[in-house]
Design a protein around this ligand. Structure first.
Ligand SMILES: NCc1[nH]cc(CCC(=O)O)c1CC(=O)O
Length: 352
């Protein structure tokens, strides 16, 4: 099919002399194309995009030798509106709408997303082309006063009574309140560094961040307490980078399987099917996390009320390839086991 050239080989080719190039390369559908990779402009988004570009360039050196791969920053509504919770701004595709418009218009060829920010239903002419290997999916607590850390089994023991948690996620808030109803919350949004700055400035006592984001930014040592999924179920897709592209672009689509991490793909399919099945808006605290151990995929799901007074957890296991079916089934179980009155309040729509 497609040529992958070992790193040493391109050096023996003269890029100006087509005659010395293998025919398979010359007829490759993306030979000589200048590829644009769309991304949000936050430092984390740019690190993620560079990682994708590096993996693409490594798998297909000819792309950079006979063409180019460049990043294209695109600002989204989610980036511009920093004063409200995502749950309040509402709407799907808050971090991807403008990027997907650029993709459809051909201004970019790939788009790089944090999968947890990517809506479950993509426009028909676009698709999720691949998922890169997952970073650590866990949530982490960053404390203003590291001295408050006490050894012990309760990860929340570092938080004094009535501590103020800077947090924009109703999923994290609900799970925390379920265990510590005394905690108070203030809204801090913005990129990871902005949040850390606000913490240092004293706007709150602690903040929750995805460990994946901290690690990718080289800030992993700022994580004071890391929560196992049993203690804090991550968001569906947390820690996963997903690449979208035009469905009709066969040449580019064919490049992506080489970058795909299969275990990550299976987990992503399970978690996204769960989210889709729950049909939650970002106003509903929902968690979902799948992991493969011993050849079996186990999917954990959670639905809660914002104040933590209701938290329901369920898990299912099956073959990794059946992730999507497991996700749909787990969604059905969570729906079924959520009291109707609670559900109508959560989702704001009857018919569950
Ligand atoms: N909603 C913001 C967002 N989207 C992805 C990440 C982190 C990276 C990831 O989960 O892959 C973050 C920041 C955070 O939640 O701390």
């Amino acid at each position: 099919m497609f040529m992958t050239i070992s790193p040493a080989r391109p050096l023996t080719l003269d890029p100006h002399s087509a005659a010395t190039l293998p025919a398979a390369l010359l007829t490759h559908p993306v030979f000589g194309r200048d590829l644009r990779v769309g991304t949000r402009g936050s430092p984390l988004a740019l690190v993620q995009t560079r990682s994708f570009m590096a993996q693409l360039g490594e798998a297909y050196p000819f792309l950079e030798i006979f063409g180019s791969i460049k990043a294209q920053e695109i600002s989204t509504r989610g980036d511009r509106d920093q004063s409200r919770r995502l749950a309040e701004i509402g709407g799907k595709g808050l971090f991807s709408k403008e990027i997907h418009e650029a993709l459809r218009a051909g201004r970019i060829d790939f788009a790089v997303h944090s999968l947890k920010d990517l809506e479950t239903f993509l426009p028909d002419d676009l698709m999720l082309g691949c998922t890169l290997r997952r970073e650590d999916p866990r949530d982490a607590l960053v404390l203003r006063d590291r001295g408050a850390l006490r050894p012990g089994n309760d990860p929340l023991s570092a938080l004094r009574k009535g501590a103020i948690i800077g947090c924009a996620s109703i999923r994290r808030q609900a799970q925390l309140l379920a265990r510590r109803p005394d905690l108070r919350f203030c809204l801090i949004r913005g990129n990871v560094q902005t949040r850390l700055n606000k913490l240092e400035a004293g706007e709150c006592d602690a903040t929750f961040l995805a460990l994946a984001g901290l690690n990718r930014l080289g800030l992993g040592d700022r994580a004071d307490v890391v929560f196992e999924p049993e203690a804090m179920l991550p968001a569906c897709g947390q820690g996963i980078i997903g690449i979208t592209l035009r469905r009709a672009d066969d040449g580019l689509r064919a490049l992506l399987p080489a970058l795909e991490d299969r275990a990550t793909r299976h987990a992503a399919m399970a978690e996204r099917a769960l989210l889709e099945g729950l049909d939650g808006s970002c106003r509903t605290p929902i968690g979902g996390y799948a992991a493969i151990t011993g050849g079996r995929l186990t999917l954990h799901g959670l639905i809660a009320s914002e104040d933590g007074s209701f938290v329901l957890r369920r898990s299912l296991s099956g073959a990794p390839e059946e992730g999507a079916a497991l996700g749909a089934e787990l969604a059905t179980q969570l729906r079924r086991d959520t009291p109707r009155a609670v559900f109508e309040r959560l989702i704001g729509q009857p018919g569950w």
